[in-house]
Structures are given as structure tokens and as C-alpha cells.
Design a binder for this molecule. Structure first.
Ligand SMILES: [Zn+2]
Length: 205
């Protein structure tokens, strides 16, 4: 079975954030990168996007990272309540068109998965070849997340961690929608400690 016709899982919409967050501490001069080459990308996609492990073709890694950075720009804009640029939206649409389309359900692993219809354009573009196919469920998840709440007036609870050095993207599932930090134990406590330090310093004069 090839990547192009393998049944693929449906992922929760925020699965696209997991992909974006494979690079983190994005506000620092040197962010932490966890994907260092095509092998890392293929292994990540096998683990998180139900992609069969394959030998990466030329250009797969750079195309995959370009997709990740595209998703990062798009989701960061939405987290800030801004519109996505026309160029980025067009690039995401192109990636969705290059990815195999969800077609029907097929029994897989005690449940069901999407049977896909291979899309055409990638066949003619050997350099971009495969990235959109490899990451198809991530692209679907990103589109589902962007389209979520459309028409209902419900605001997307997509957030970037309030620590400017962190900027980790997450969905705020708190009841009152007031979550600001990726993780209270990490960025939240650090901010609290910093505020405490500033107060103590101010008190000392
Ligand atoms: Zn954080």
C-alpha cells in the first residue's frame, strides 16, 4: 500500500496545532526544533497522521516544513483575532487540493478510517511531491478548525500562550474561556514568579 491510497484517520481539529508545535519557544531567538530531517517528518506523520512509513522523496522535508510554517502563520493570525492573508489562504487551498480527498469510510483497526481519492497535481510536481499527501489528515484538521463555528457566531477558542517567548498554540477548553498559558506549571508559574519579583523589587524601592 502506498501513502497515496492508504486509509487515513480523522483527527480532532486541534491536531494541526500539534504539528505546528513541533517547533516551539517560537518567541525566542533560537526556537526549539524537533523535526531535523525527512526521517523525523515521516516518523511524526506515521505516529500522528496515520501515514504509512515510506522512503521520503527529494524535497519532501522542505515542503513539509513549509506547510507547517504556513499553518503556523494562519493559526497565529486567527489566535490573535486577525484575518488570514489572501496569499496564505490560497497556499492552504492549494495544499488541500494537492492532498488526497476524503471519499468514503473503510474498516480499519477495529474502527473506520477515510478512504481517499488520490489528487492529481502532486504527480506532476516531483519536488513538492508527497508532503500534502503525507500530512493530509493534518491539513483536513486545519481546515476543519478554521471552518469551525462558521455561521454560528461562536468565536474560535484558539490561543497562543501569553508568554511572548513561548507562543505555543492551543485550544482554550476552560469553561469561561480565560486560559492564557500553554501550561500553568511552565509559563503560568514563571509569569507569576516574575510578577512577584517585580512587586518585591518595587516594595524595596
Ligand atoms: Zn507557554
Amino acid at each position: 500500500m502506498t501513502v497515496r491510497d492508504a486509509p487515513r484517520p480523522a483527527l480532532p481539529p486541534d491536531a494541526c496545532l500539534d504539528f505546528i508545535n513541533t517547533r516551539y519557544w517560537r518567541g525566542k531567538a533560537e526556537p526549539t526544533e524537533t523535526l531535523h530531517g525527512a526521517a523525523d517528518l515521516v516518523a511524526w506523520a506515521a505516529r500522528h497522521a496515520g501515514a504509512p512509513t515510506t522512503t521520503p522523496g527529494p524535497g519532501l522535508f522542505s515542503a513539509g516544513i513549509a506547510l507547517r510554517e504556513l499553518l503556523h502563520r494562519i493559526m497565529s493570525a486567527r489566535a490573535a483575532g486577525e484575518s488570514v492573508t489572501e496569499a496564505d489562504l490560497a497556499a492552504l487551498d492549494a495544499a488541500l487540493e494537492a492532498a488526497p480527498a476524503r471519499r468514503s469510510l473503510v474498516a480499519a483497526n477495529d474502527g473506520y478510517a477515510w478512504r481517499t481519492r488520490p489528487a492529481g497535481p502532486e504527480a506532476g510536481e516531483p519536488h513538492a511531491s508527497g508532503a500534502a499527501t503525507l500530512l493530509a489528515p493534518i491539513l483536513w484538521a486545519a481546515a476543519d478548525l478554521l471552518a469551525q463555528g462558521a455561521g454560528s457566531g461562536e468565536r474560535l477558542r484558539l490561543r497562543a500562550c501569553a508568554n511572548p517567548e513561548c507562543r505555543w498554540l492551543f485550544i482554550d477548553a476552560s469553561r469561561n474561556g480565560s486560559r492564557r498559558w500553554c501550561d500553568m506549571a511552565a509559563c503560568g508559574n514563571r509569569a507569576k514568579a516574575h510578577r512577584h519579583y517585580l512587586r518585591a523589587k518595587a516594595a524595596k524601592g
